[in-house]
Design a protein around this ligand. Structure first.
Ligand code: TXA
Ligand code: MG
Length: 303
């Protein structure tokens, strides 16, 4: 465990990796401009190289050095940053970001996170960092410092910022296309982004546009069955809204915000029992859209 933001910044400045808290999930951080450190992120996570990373900045000025900010992006930034919104934009030619982080695309995904500790680290460095979720590729995202330790042990020092407020990854939109497009539902409901944008977001077309959209992702070790009304023989039940017989409930009162915050940690706890997991139905509205997206990928056949 790291003692403070300064210690984390020191490791990153020297080309090392560490895990940092954000308001969504814990991120595995490296200095964005350091190609070797970025390569080590891919190795550590076992992440396919075609899956680009999100660049995290502390100020709009810094974002402007990474991507070309248009009128639309500035408007959203003013309303929703710092916060769990990631925007894909055309990359600046001289962006202080290793080619590897963008996986060879001419766009980059950027966000200004809200958690004070990661922002403090970026401010000390004075440079952007890249940070995918701090889990092995395809597995459950970490929403507490202990989850990162369980995944990587001593290999990755962690700055503990407490449990993540949102508990589900950022919403990703692309403004690099002819029309604003939703690439990944996340911690800000798409409706809210649309309201701020003043028009609807396009659904992503065919093909994998954000590789977090791979069918199998966010997976526990156990098999997962969705929209369950009760546990079958040998299953443990993850409930919602006070489901009878649930081993754990995402939100006994049926609050989607609470359910999102509990999603990955509850799946992790149930996974430890080594039994198949049945999950109660979650309403497909507001944050429920992002929760159901993660659950469907967690339940998908493993590649
Ligand atoms: O909440 C979050 O976004 C967390 C915290 C740590 O900030 N990070 C996170 O990163 O979820 P990761 O690497 O697990 O997911 C990043 C997603 C991937 O699905 C990736 O394909 C997509 O962002 N992405 C990154 N750059 C992109 C680009 N240029 N175009 C399209 N998608 C991109
Ligand atoms: Mg991830």
């Amino acid at each position: 465990m790291l003692r403070n933001a300064a210690e984390a910044a020191e490791i990153l400045a020297a080309g090392g990796l560490c895990a940092l808290p954000t308001e969504t999930v814990y991120g595995l951080a490296a200095l964005a401009e350091n190609g070797e450190a970025v390569a080590r992120i891919y190795e550590t996570k076992g992440r396919p190289r075609f899956n680009p990373l999100i660049v995290h900045c502390a100020s709009l000025e810094q974002v402007g050095r990474v991507v070309k900010l248009d009128h639309c992006a500035r408007g959203l930034a003013a309303l929703l940053w710092p916060g769990p919104l990631t925007i894909v934009l055309e990359k600046q030619e001289d962006a202080p970001v290793s080619e590897l982080a963008g996986a060879g695309l001419d766009t980059l995904a950027v966000r200004i996170p809200r958690h004070p500790l990661i922002r403090e680290v970026i401010e000390i460095l004075g440079k952007p960092i890249v940070a995918p979720s701090a889990n092995r590729s395809g597995k459950l995202s970490p929403t507490a410092a202990g989850h990162v330790v369980a995944e990587f042990g001593d290999a990755v020092p962690v700055l503990d910022g407490g449990p993540c407020e949102a508990g589900i990854e950022s919403t990703i939109i692309s403004l690099a296309k002819s029309r604003p497009t939703l690439l990944r539902p996340g911690a800000i409901p798409a409706r809210e982004v649309e309201a701020r944008l003043g028009h609807p977001l396009q659904a992503p077309g065919g093909g994998i546009e954000a590789p977090g959209m791979l069918a199998s992702h966010y997976a526990p070790n156990a098999a997962l069955r969705l929209n369950a009304q009760a546990a079958r023989e040998g299953e443990v039940l993850l409930g919602f809204g006070g489901t009878d017989g649930a081993a754990l409930d995402l939100s006994p009162s049926g609050d989607l915000r609470e359910a999102a915050a509990n999603l990955f940690s509850h799946l992790r706890k149930l996974d430890e029992r080594g039994q198949p997991i049945a999950v109660a139905a979650i309403p497909e509205e507001g944050l429920g859209v992002a929760i159901n997206d993660r659950l469907r990928r967690a339940a998908a056949p493993r590649g």
